[in-house]
Design a protein around this ligand. Structure first.
Ligand SMILES: Cc1cc2nc3c(=O)[nH]c(=O)nc-3n(C[C@H](O)[C@H](O)[C@H](O)COP(=O)(O)OP(=O)(O)OC[C@H]3O[C@@H](n4cnc5c(N)ncnc54)[C@H](O)[C@@H]3O)c2cc1C
Ligand SMILES: NC(=O)c1ccc[n+]([C@@H]2O[C@H](COP(=O)([O-])OP(=O)(O)OC[C@H]3O[C@@H](n4cnc5c(N)ncnc54)[C@H](OP(=O)(O)O)[C@@H]3O)[C@@H](O)[C@H]2O)c1
Length: 446
């Protein structure tokens, strides 16, 4: 029997488990599957942890999410085609839910069957080599501190790429009297109440961590961009300036001459694609981009078609794109989709990479990833979902952010699966301090 190892039980690993479950329900004979996750429960980044640094076993903590994190894109863009929000919550819910709500939704789809039995928790994959025939996968059961090696025909790498922070150094950091941290270790904006905060970066973490600090009472928030400013209309108390030059004592000195006294520097400088468990010949080497190299259809490793990477792209689309990837990968593993010869693969990868390299703005990037996801969607029996509506929703969302970065999360969109429209949330995001599932779902009594 074919044996498949899945590394990671985050959204991508769960998409893979679900894809096989659906095939089995249709009466197909599925491979033997073992999924490994180094955490003690599933859900990946959505499984919030207060921990930073290493866990109780000395293993690096993968979590990068923080308290009060709300979805930064409309939930309608990430909805599962085979499990709608309406089905999970029994009613339409607002378009921008907090983390706990999305976590509940992700797990709702996989909880019902026996998928959890296929996951070895608190188990870190430490080594994967290809012996010319199959993969030897070594893993450590952290609770028992015991290493074992098993042999698999296919390996699905679904360990995420927003867990290992990229941490640059700027002059003056060693002598800085305040706190320096990466967004990976940011957990609670309350810590920065009444403080002057400098945030470095110009992408989603910089945007949201800066907004969080402002929302929860920081005295000032100064964002230092390196190449392009985000350029939103920031509220009073927030500003965006050009690139940090150095720290001098508690002063942050920027290259545009701006000087800001600061208590904390939060590095929102992105993450590394990090695969310490893979041998060199199997290792994807890439920055955070929309079409990483050497991946046929964005998933199959060009040099070894039995190695599959999920979710390694920079992400506009998330959960339903992961599903399209997982359904495609499943059909490759089950022999229903034939991987073409090397020259065809090369041509296909080059086509996508050359389009990706010419993208200039967010609308074009949304179009690119929508086209990619739509193509994958046609290749498997992943259920019907309206990707054209998702494309339109993403673009409206981008424009809402430009209009007002403080209010874009108060907007509503319609579902690409059921067509229902997300109701307006009872409290505007800016004043909604409690991010619990209960508060989000319960309409407060008037
Ligand atoms: C701060 C932050 C906020 C985000 N917010 C949103 C959002 O609002 N909406 C959205 O759609 N997306 C968001 N994302 C994007 C996020 O990447 C995806 O939603 C999703 O979590 C990716 O799923 P994944 O399975 O690829 O990776 P992950 O969620 O990272 O899961 C990977 C899993 O692999 C496990 N693992 C890692 N290494 C090993 C190993 N060696 N052995 C065994 N197990 C291992 C980890 O424990 C983890 O459970 C956010 C990302 C970050 C960092
Ligand atoms: N739900 C939410 O609200 C939420 C919140 C946070 C994050 N996220 C998600 O988390 C994921 C990761 O986002 P991310 O912003 O952490 O990573 P990212 O998108 O890869 O961006 C990395 C940023 O770091 C900057 N950078 C790198 N090196 C730098 C340096 N030496 N000095 C200054 N800036 C530097 C880059 O700037 P250059 O452009 O100049 O290179 C870029 O702006 C995304 O999927 C995002 O959606 C979601």
């Amino acid at each position: 029997m074919t044996k498949v190892a899945i590394i990671g039980a985050g959204p991508c690993g769960l998409s893979t488990l679900r894809s096989f479950e659906q095939a089995e329900k249709k009466g197909e004979k599925i491979p033997e599957i073992v999924c490994f996750d180094k955490q003690d429960d599933w859900g990946g980044l959505w499984n919030y942890s207060w921990r930073t640094g290493s866990d109780q076993y000395g293993d690096p903590v993968p979590n990068s999410m923080y308290r009060y994190l709300w979805s930064n894109g409309p939930k309608e863009c990430l909805e599962f085609a085979d499990y709608s929000f309406d089905e999970h919550f029994g009613k339409p819910i607002p378009s921008f839910p907090p983390r706990e709500v999305l976590y509940d939704y992700i797990l709702g789809r996989v909880k019902k069957g026996n998928l959890k039995d296929k996951v070895k928790f608190s188990t870190t994959v430490t080594n994967v080599i290809y012996n010319g025939n199959n993969f030897e996968v070594t893993y450590r059961d952290k609770k028992d501190d015991k290493s074992s090696t098993d042999v698999f025909d296919y390996v699905v790498v679904a360990n995420g790429h927003f867990s290992v922070p990229f941490i640059p150094e700027y002059p003056g950091m060693k002598a800085f009297p305040g706190r320096i941290l990466h967004s990976h270790d940011f957990r609670d904006a309350e810590e920065f109440r009444d403080k002057n905060v400098v945030v470095l970066g110009s992408s989603y973490s910089a945007e949201d961590v800066a907004l969080q600090c402002h929302k929860y009472g920081a005295k000032s928030v100064t964002i230092g961009y390196r190449h392009n400013p985000m350029g939103f209309k920031w509220p009073n108390g927030m500003k965006e300036v050009f690139h940090l030059d150095r720290l001098e004592g508690n002063k942050a000195i920027f290259k545009d001459g701006h000087v800001q006294e600061t208590d904390a520097v939060i590095l929102c400088t992105g993450y590394l694609h990090h695969f310490p468990f893979l041998s060199e010949d199997l290792k994807l080497k890439t920055g955070n981009r929309l079409y990483p190299p050497k991946l046929y259809k964005g998933v199959i490793w060009q040099n070894n078609h039995k190695l599959i990477y999920l979710g390694m792209q920079d992400q506009f689309h998330t959960f339903n794109m992961f599903d399209c990837q997982a359904w495609f990968a499943r059909d490759v593993i089950m022999g229903k989709i034939k991987v073409p010869d090397n020259s065809e693969i090369e041509k296909d990868i080059n086509k996508w990479v050359s389009i990706e390299e010419k993208l200039e703005n967010a609308d074009q990037m949304i179009d690119f990833q929508t086209e990619y996801t739509k193509e994958l969607h046609t290749l498997s029996d992943y259920p019907k979902i309206d990707f054209e509506l998702i494309r339109k929703t993403f673009k409206e969302w981008e424009h809402h952010k430009v209009e007002n970065i403080m209010t874009y999360r108060n907007k509503s969109f319609s579902s690409p699966v059921t067509g229902s429209v997300g109701p307006k949330h009872h409290t505007d995001w800016e004043t909604a301090m409690d991010d619990s599932l209960k508060t989000f779902l319960d309409q407060p009594k008037k």
